[in-house]
Design a protein around this ligand. Structure first.
Ligand code: HEC
Ligand code: HEC
Ligand code: HEC
Ligand code: HEC
Length: 404
């Protein structure tokens, strides 16, 4: 249902569902995929920590009581073997009806049947078969997985489930347009829970007898659909924001703390062994003799405190955060998790101007002079800084050049 969950949101998600359970309301919790990873590529040096993060997310979702999770292409980036490992370790409920191996055998369970109250609910997953998705899947999995026709896969399951269940949910990972197609073409699906294109539906779409919902991304909202199981299947939908009214779950806090500790261990041990942010000799001190004006200006910007911002929150070891709070993260000449070059923390000159290695040995080889907007929004992404605009005011804050 959402990409790139911020771990913080999970404190509240757990307590929220606990409250519902306490009210004796039968509950099904599902997700349509891309739950465990948000990046299309994971550099070698941070693969281990990406897996740790997926592990803690899986663990927390099991604690929350997740019933079924579709498989998205970004989950596959972690490797099928790893997903199978999580499946085994946590009895993690992946479902995918049309993701198969080279012998056309489904890689995950095609569907599950969950008993809620006195009703049975069938839940299956499908991933889209657009040429874009198909090629992504084969590239990501190095041809260990293939995508079959989702409509055929869905039709077969609906037939199999006929008479055995009272309600059928499809977890789709393909985008809203195709959700309409599956809802219209395959009779018997009651609800399509869509993912992949990050839409948010306040009112469910109605495709004849099938409802279609999506709940946005990054766990900002929890989509809640209430269905009357009295034969009418009338439904009401709401999107619940997680605000301070919902308490934090202590168990989830423990899990996240353990995860942060593991990340810290993995990357160079306890915080004390690191120099204090203020005493680090930065790479840009090599620029200072010749570009003192620019360095001086830079020191007054938030880019100069991007690392200290993370310190003390156990996040200064987390590649998920360092990615935008260091210089040229995992790029040539940049900060790498393996090497942990402290002189490359913060958003220094080379974050925007590119590597100055050649320039340093031969001044006539200038680094990029005109950093472009595309560069800023690599870090100033929409969700971090909604509406970030390279307007005059923003530029003024970092301006260290004379020409306009
Ligand atoms: C030994 C002196 C020296 C050092 C050290 C040095 N630069 Fe330069 N840099 C120059 C000179 C000289 C120019 C050319 C200025 C011009 O043509 O107006 C230049 C040009 C640049 C430009 C392009 C400016 C333009 O108008 O085209 C950038 C960007 C730059 N330097 C960044 C850096 C960074 C980043 C560092 C440190 C990693 C650095 N420089 C270190 C001397 C230096
Ligand atoms: C490598 C990632 C990265 C790049 C590239 C980057 N920024 Fe930033 N920027 C940050 C981070 C991280 C912060 C917040 C630092 C903190 O407070 O800890 C920030 C803060 C800022 C701020 C201060 C906050 C505000 O909104 O007032 C401005 C202005 C800003 N950046 C402008 C830019 C512009 C303009 C560009 C492109 C020319 C750019 N940044 C490129 C990561 C980046
Ligand atoms: C995609 C790039 C990106 C990633 C990843 C990222 N940040 Fe940032 N962060 C930014 C930018 C850009 C800003 C500046 C936002 C602004 O002021 O407009 C920022 C600002 C901050 C701030 C300053 C306070 C605030 O919110 O204004 C804190 C604290 C912070 N980030 C913590 C984190 C932590 C913790 C993580 C890891 C969980 C993280 N960031 C991951 C880009 C990123
Ligand atoms: C957030 C991105 C960013 C960072 C960080 C950054 N610059 Fe720049 N720099 C720019 C932009 C944008 C320009 C203006 C390019 C233009 O339009 O001419 C520029 C221009 C320059 C120029 C040309 C000066 C002039 O008078 O025209 C130099 C030299 C330079 N930067 C050096 C540095 C040095 C040294 C640092 C580190 C202390 C640094 N920059 C950090 C984005 C950045």
């Amino acid at each position: 249902m959402e990409t790139g969950e911020q771990l913080g949101g999970l404190y509240k998600k757990a307590s929220y569902f606990d409250q519902i359970r306490k009210s004796q309301t039968p509950l099904i919790i599902v997700d349509s995929g891309d739950l465990l990873n948000e990046d299309e590529e994971i550099p070698e040096s941070i693969q281990q920590s990406a897996k740790l993060k997926a592990d803690v997310i899986a663990q927390i979702y099991k604690h929350i009581g997740i019933d079924a999770v579709g498989v998205g292409e970004l989950d596959l980036v972690l490797g099928i073997d790893y997903l199978k490992e999580l499946e085994k370790k946590y009895d993690f409920p992946f479902v995918s009806a049309n993701l198969v191996d080279d012998k056309d055998t489904p890689i995950f369970k095609r569907y599950i049947i969950k008993k809620v109250g006195d009703k049975n609910v069938g839940i299956f997953g499908v991933i889209g078969d657009t040429s874009d998705m198909v090629s992504k899947v084969s590239e990501i999995t190095k041809d260990a997985a293939y995508v079959l026709d989702p409509l055929e896969a869905a039709e077969a399951i609906v037939k199999e489930l006929a008479g055995k269940v009272d309600y059928i949910i499809a977890l789709t990972h393909q985008g809203t347009n195709r959700d309409w197609v599956i809802a219209r073409r395959i009779k018997g699906i009651d609800l399509v829970v869509g993912g992949h294109d990050k839409q948010k539906t306040k009112e469910p779409f109605e495709a004849e007898k099938t409802l279609i919902v999506q709940a946005g991304e990054k766990g900002q909202y929890q989509g809640i659909l209430e269905v009357a199981m009295d034969g009418t299947k009338t439904a009401t939908n709401k999107l619940v924001p997680f605000n301070d009214d919902i308490p934090n779950d202590p168990k989830v806090k423990e899990m996240i703390t353990a995860y942060n500790d593991k990340i810290a261990d993995m990357y160079g041990g306890a915080g004390e062994s690191r120099p204090a942010a203020a005493s680090i000799e930065l790479r840009l001190s090599t620029c200072e003799p010749c570009h003192s004006e620019q360095v001086k200006q830079w020191k007054g910007t938030d880019h100069a405190k991007a690392y200290s911002t993370l310190v003390g929150k156990t996040k200064q070891f987390d590649p998920k955060c360092l990615a935008c709070h260091t210089t040229l993260f995992e790029q040539p000449d940049g900060f790498s998790m393996k090497q942990q070059q402290m002189e490359l923390v913060n958003v220094q000159c080379e974050s925007c101007h590119g590597s100055a290695r050649e320039h340093l040995s031969d001044m006539s080889k200038k680094p990029a002079t005109k950093p472009v907007m595309a560069l800023c929004i690599k870090c100033h992404t929409d969700d971090r800084c909604p509406g970030f605009d390279l307007d005059a005011k923003k530029m003024e804050l970092i301006k260290h050049w004379t020409k306009n």
